[in-house]
Design a protein around this ligand. Structure first.
Ligand code: AMP
Length: 546
């Protein structure tokens, strides 16, 4: 024999064991659904996840079984994550903002055996309960509560379940390819589709996001995952936090700007992760109260394009570096993260901002390419100018959706993301659109992302959606739906004039609609489909058809 290296499977149970052993006293602060705050640490969290693993075994669950959660980001949810995946079962995190019909669909599709839920979601659970074909146990994530028992007599209470168990449990040495968690896509077209992550993909993804050129996590950080644990596993942050031994601040149900600002200041959060709409409310609240969020050094923005004005405000007013990242449920989710390279060091602040605006470059472990999907996936140049369909392959990318026979991949093994973007020679990705949100005017694309970014550089605009409106001559023309900052005023014409000189004349939107609120999806994205349904014929109705 030439010699041999040890083989240890990459397991989620190893993450929590490591955190408990070497960072046992590192604090996890959890805002509970009843308004209280729990302070625990990695060692206690590990003990409770082992108690939960014992409890699940006592309920008769076996490896591979699916266990569902409808829950906020809090310490019980984290204990469930580690207890379920660590003992070889699959943690199916459900987005409570799905329609009840979709919730029924995903639970039946996953064949969940147990449903853990917050008391807040009791009405939702009662509404869907009789349609659930496989759920044997309903566990309310509280201490015993008579109000809940009155409505679900067979309910089990989390604290009873866990407190009665021993913290002695030997995590099984699973195959690293054993499935560990299941997230469904939001299903804007058709039924949601499940992505089944494995121990291996999760651990590799955790290494990746911890790297300095990704999110750069360390044992000195206090991380705040604002992004919900049901949205692509909170972008993997709670796993990576265990890997590096970071402290964690779990925000619970209150994700408004004021709650987040006070939590960041109280817990000394150094790194926070979420979608642009969250940061918008945080910035507004911080400006109102006057806090400079002194502990916050970095925030990660993903899920939708990050407006340039946001990066600037965090940098100039809060001394906080904004990292723009891109990914999707199918990609675990990290596909790219924006950190500068050595060659960008001496750029002016304004030129650095231009680099930072892109969604960043792929970390080791994934590869990106852009193709002309209409021409048999013909490869397009990485020149920073030519847009095409973004395709990805790598260590933590979906192959086949849950319960589907057919692979989701292109014939040569790449996954088509449905995003349209450019790539430059350094691999920096610039998302221009979702393929289904494209605005095609006279055969030419207009980037809705660019139009939205320009709108939000106007001081009166809080957020903006650019949509395609029907036009008899050009097929489609851009229309902006804008939500104003409280107390600000601007006319539609002033906003249209704001585009002059910033983009080619033919790309300037034909109309602006001012609305009280842009509808937002359960994962914090603007519901452009709804806006298109409402305003798709606006130009025809207003006679703006020249
Ligand atoms: P989801 O699976 O719900 O996380 O949605 C994934 C989609 O969100 C991607 O395919 C993109 O269209 C969009 N997305 C995610 N991150 C970004 C980003 N940084 N900029 C623009 N779009 C993004």
């Amino acid at each position: 024999m030439l010699g041999k290296m040890m083989h240890r499977p990459l397991l989620i149970s190893h993450l929590i064991q490591h955190a408990a052993r070497y960072h046992g006293d590192t604090v996890i602060t959890s805002r509970e659904t009843d308004g209280s705050t729990t302070v625990t640490n990695w060692a206690k969290l590990h003990d409770n996840s082992k108690r939960l693993a014992n409890a699940l075994a006592a309920l008769g669950l076996e490896q591979g079984d699916r266990v569902a959660t409808i829950a906020w980001n809090n310490r019980r949810h984290l204990e469930i994550w580690y207890g379920v995946s660590g003992s070889g079962m699959v943690c199916h995190t459900i987005n409570p903002r799905l329609f009840p019909q979709q919730i029924i669909y995903v639970i039946n599709d996953a064949e969940d055996q147990v449903l853990f839920f917050e008391k807040t979601f009791l009405p939702l659970v009662i509404g869907v309960k009789e349609h659930l074909k496989t759920v044997k146990h309903f566990v309310c994530m509280t201490a015993p509560d008579e109000e809940v028992r009155a409505q679900i007599p067979e309910v089990i209470f989390y604290d009873d379940l866990v407190d009665n168990q021993s913290a002695e449990f030997d995590w099984p040495e699973l195959d690293e390819n054993a499935p560990s968690s299941l997230c469904y896509t939001s299903g804007t077209t058709g039924n949601p589709k499940g992505v089944l992550y494995t121990n291996r993909t999760t651990v590799l993804h955790s290494f990746c996001i911890s790297l300095p050129d990704s999110i750069s996590l360390s044992a000195t950080d206090v991380v705040l995952p604002v992004v919900p644990m049901f949205h692509a596993n909170a972008w993997g942050l709670p796993y990576a936090a265990a890997m590096v031994g970071a402290a964690v601040s779990l925000p619970g149900p209150n994700l408004d700007g004021h709650s987040l600002a006070s939590l960041i200041d109280k817990d000394g959060v150094t790194l926070a992760v979420g979608v642009p709409t969250i940061w918008q409310t945080l910035l507004a609240a911080a400006k109102e109260t006057g806090t400079k969020l002194p502990s916050l050094k970095r925030n990660v923005v993903g899920g939708s394009s990050c407006p340039s004005s946001m990066i600037r405000t965090f940098h100039n007013d809060f001394d906080c570096e904004t990292l723009h990242a891109w990914g999707m449920t199918e990609t675990s989710p990290l596909g790219s993260a924006n950190q500068l390279k050595a060659k960008h060091k001496d750029l002016s602040d304004e030129d650095k901002l231009k680099v930072r605006l892109s969604q960043g470059r792929p970390p080791f472990g994934v590869e990106l390419r852009i193709v002309d999907a209409e021409k048999n996936n013909k490869l397009l140049p990485n020149d920073g100018k030519t847009p095409g369909n973004v395709q990805i392959r790598g260590y933590w990318i979906v192959d086949t959706y849950f319960n589907k026979e057919q692979s989701a991949l292109e014939p040569d093994g790449w996954f088509d993301t449905g995003d349209i973007a450019t790539l430059n020679e350094d691999g920096y990705l610039m998302i221009r659109d979702r393929a289904k949100d494209l605005i095609k005017s006279g055969g030419e694309w207009i980037s809705s992302v660019e139009l939205e970014d320009i709108a939000t550089t106007h001081p009166a605009v809080a957020s903006a959606a650019a949509i395609a409106a029907n036009h008899p001559k050009w097929d489609e023309r851009p229309v902006i739906i804008a939500q104003l900052e409280p107390g600000h005023e601007v006319t539609e014409q002033e906003l249209i004039d704001h585009y002059l000189g910033k983009i080619a004349k033919w790309q300037i939107p034909n109309a602006v609609v001012l609305v009280d609120a842009i509808p937002i999806s359960g994962t914090g994205k603007m519901l452009k489909k709804d806006l298109r349904e409402q305003y798709g014929n606006l130009l025809i109705e207003r006679g703006l058809v020249d």
